[in-house]
Design a protein around this ligand. Structure first.
Ligand SMILES: Cc1cc2nc3c(=O)[nH]c(=O)nc-3n(C[C@H](O)[C@H](O)[C@H](O)COP(=O)(O)OP(=O)(O)OC[C@H]3O[C@@H](n4cnc5c(N)ncnc54)[C@H](O)[C@@H]3O)c2cc1C
Ligand SMILES: NC(=O)c1ccc[n+]([C@@H]2O[C@H](COP(=O)([O-])OP(=O)(O)OC[C@H]3O[C@@H](n4cnc5c(N)ncnc54)[C@H](O)[C@@H]3O)[C@@H](O)[C@H]2O)c1
Length: 474
């Protein structure tokens, strides 16, 4: 039976927009169904506003720290509402890139509405029944809710409200020590809030290399950010307009509570049972071709509950659109998935951690660590905290890298490129501009070469003998 569309995409965020835009550019007939507004979490409540607020807070911090360079300023006067205005202006400037007009111009039919599947091949929205060769679910995620007694009654904010408050809370309690809790915790602290992060695990950012996280712990302590580890918020009460949070042995008082304790996939309203699409504990289940349990329905992005990043949603979107429009032969690989947490210092990673590499390859691995303090530019900039840790197989094949330090989120791209092209660690030894922070990568390779040389006693003896002989002949 003929169908109206090649592709119906549900959800117009980082994943869905890539699928819809590229498919339309390839001349496929595409409908994009969005329940709210195009752009998704990244534009409205995620990457864009958080990085804009972080920038404002970094300026405040640098002004406060300027004395160490002999530059004396009064403590910065912080107009919080103006910092938020910078955040909102950034969104407004970027938004046209994700606008319905732009996508309609690309040939996508944009339909606003909250629809549902009625059977395995039909999606219904605004009383219209859309039939397509393939569907893509890219509905993203939302903040996970916490069953903490008193939380709802006390009131709280999540990433969906935090970028719109115009009054800075004097005291802020954050539940969750993941990337949202840490990025926003540091930003609010630098903008003048007294911040306490309540984290259920034994360290902040538990998905990251423990040594790298220790650098963040030290920085947070030095900035007066309070964080409680191995602690859960247990109950909340409001007394005289203040929120009191019982957490382990502590009772924290806060003007505002930010919940950042993980994500839930947006699947409930889609009637996925009718479509034969299975949902697991974390999100929609897919195979390596990103097909759901119904092979004509694909899914990508946060709704899978896997790596929840904009660039991963867009990587997956590119696989989905090829499989959905042409032949389902393309597979995702998680060998080279990078990400960065934009605290200061930044923390970036790609590939395996040291522990994962040891579990997989036993003693066939090498770990090389290069401190920022040995990089001249880091000394000049006064950004000496941190290191690059690169994990390789004995033959030099790069398995993973963890950078914590200034501009780590930029510097890791050299390693991502090397890993993507299966280049060995030695590929990073090429000429690097002096003095730049990127020398942290080339110095790591030299450190590895030096380590190898120091362990190779035969080579050292041989060279010694050769030079002895050469010296005899003047
Ligand atoms: C505070 C914060 C900071 C972040 N910072 C970064 C960062 O620095 N770097 C990074 O890579 N990632 C970051 N992320 C993660 C990033 O925002 C997400 O991984 C990314 O947006 C996921 O894209 P997506 O397409 O899966 O979902 P989204 O971009 O959220 O898009 C989903 C879309 O589907 C729509 N939708 C939902 N339900 C339905 C329905 N039933 N019908 C139709 N439409 C529906 C939504 O309205 C939305 O437009 C951050 C996230 C947060 C919360
Ligand atoms: N720079 C970036 O790329 C960036 C920035 C922010 C968010 N993100 C994405 O958004 C996702 C969601 O971020 P997140 O920080 O909400 O989630 P997360 O799941 O990564 O971290 C949440 C943390 O909260 C803890 N937690 C859960 N329940 C708790 C409780 N009751 N009390 C105390 N702690 C509790 C968890 O142990 C976990 O460490 C991230 O995983 C990431 O994929 C990315």
């Amino acid at each position: 039976m003929a169908v109206e569309y090649d592709l119906v995409v549900i959800g117009g965020g980082s994943g869905g927009l890539v699928v819809a835009g590229v498919a339309a550019a390839l001349k496929a007939k595409v409908a994009l169904v969005e329940k709210h507004r195009l752009g998704g979490d990244c534009l409205w409540y995620g990457c864009v506003p958080s990085k804009s607020l972080i920038r404002a807070s970094r300026v405040a911090y640098e002004v406060k720290q300027a004395g160490r360079f002999g530059i004396y300023c009064n403590d910065p006067q912080i107009d919080f509402a103006k910092a938020i205005a910078h955040v909102q202006n950034t969104i407004t400037t970027i938004e046209p890139h994700d606008s319905p007009e732009r996508f309609e111009g690309l040939g996508v039919e944009v339909i606003f509405g909250d629809g549902k599947f009625v059977d395995k091949k039909t999606f219904e929205v605004n009383n219209r029944r859309l039939k397509a060769r393939s569907f893509v679910i890219a509905t993203g995620s939302r903040p996970a809710t916490l069953p903490i007694p008193g939380l709802k009654e006390a009131g709280f904010i999540t990433n969906e409200e935090v970028f719109e408050i115009t009054e800075r809370p004097d005291t802020l309690a954050i539940i969750g020590g993941g990337p949202i809790g840490c990025e926003l915790g540091q930003a609010f602290s630098r903008l003048g809030s007294k911040v306490t992060i309540i984290a259920s695990r034994d360290r902040l950012l538990p998905k990251e290399d423990p040594e790298a996280v220790e650098v963040i712990h030290q920085q947070f302590k030095s900035e007066g950010i309070n964080f409680l580890l191995n602690t859960k918020a247990e109950k909340i009460e409001v007394v005289d307009g203040k929120k009191y949070i019982w957490a382990g042995k502590e009772k924290i008082v806060a003007d505002q509570i930010l919940v950042a304790a993980g994500r839930s996939p947006n699947v409930e309203s889609l009637n996925l049972d009718a479509a034969g699409v299975k949902v697991g504990k974390k999100g929609i289940e897919v195979n390596s071709k990103l097909q759901t349990s119904n092979p004509h329905i694909y899914a990508c992005g946060d709704v899978l509950g896997g790596y929840q990043f904009t660039h991963v949603a867009s990587y997956q979107a590119n696989i989905v659109l090829k499989n959905a429009l042409f032949l389902p032969i393309f597979k995702v690989s998680d060998r080279v998935i990078p990400w960065a947490t934009f605290t200061e210092p930044e923390l970036a990673r790609v590939g395996l951690t040291e522990q994962e590499a040891r579990e997989k390859y036993g003693n066939d691995i090498r770990v090389v660590k290069q401190e920022y303090a040995d990089v001249d530019r880091a000394q000049a900039d006064g950004t000496t905290a941190g290191f690059a840790k690169i994990i390789t197989k004995r033959n030099g094949q790069i398995l993973g890298a963890h950078l914590v330090g200034a501009a780590a989120g930029e510097l890791i791209h050299e390693i991502i490129l090397a890993m993507s092209h299966n280049l060995k660690l030695s590929a990073l030894s090429g000429i690097h501009i002096y003095p730049t922070l990127s020398e942290v990568n080339s110095k790591a390779t030299f450190a590895q070469t030096r380590q190898n040389y120091e362990q190779n006693h035969r080579l050292q003896q041989m060279l010694s003998s050769i030079f002895r002989v050469i010296r005899r002949f003047g």
